[in-house]
Design a protein around this ligand. Sequence first.
Ligand code: PEP
Length: 251
Amino acid sequence: MRKKIIAGNWKMNKNHTESGTLAQSIVEKVSGIRGVDVVLCPPFTSLSPVGEAIKGSTVALGAQNMHWEKEGAYTGEISANMLLTLGCQFVILGHSERRAYFHESDEIVAKKVNAAIQAGLTPIVCVGETREEREKEITKEVVKRQVTGAFRELTADEFEGTVIAYEPVWAIGTGLTATSEQAQEVHEFIRRHIAGMFGSDLAESTRIQYGGSMKPGNARELLAQADIDGGLIGGAALDAGSFEGIIRAAL
Ligand code: PEP
């Protein structure tokens, strides 16, 4: 039985003071919930105050990106080790906004995934098709390419524990959500593809989140699908009450 995992991707929102307050409020709302893993992924500048706010709680800390090198002349970049020393356990990699605005290719995502795993961080690797790709009926082809690209250099042991987030790009921040049937179909496809890469035992234990306008009102149905093991939440993660609603829908 896979434990559900709900992660909040705060994107470029909340300064360090606002972030501490939001994290504190989420901790209060979810204290006592043990059946779901909860992760907060604030901007880099807020990792420290959010880390402080969640201390002693069951909420975990994650980042939204990292560089693949350990250190060096990479102005503006952050390494896996810097994230670890701030208390991060997770890092979102390959988000569609990074792929679209910062030209992150499958090769770059793979380098980051490898570096995160070597350092001891758990990657949350995002994959998903654009609206045009869905209309052309190449969703599975695109997702298969992204999954293969991200994990092709890993052994099964290295891959174990990695989280995948299926996020149809057309559903992110748009208010459009994939139907539970559409999402389940792709999740099942991803799990089968992981079975082909790493064997069926690992595929069965791998958690695959859905992301794309998930809210308290649609979360329960999505999370009830056989292959949907949690959510990566953008907009609704910025409101403690909405985020709590999604976490409770996962119980
Ligand atoms: C995301 O950015 O990962 C996301 C799912 O955003 P939203 O929930 O706002 O669609």
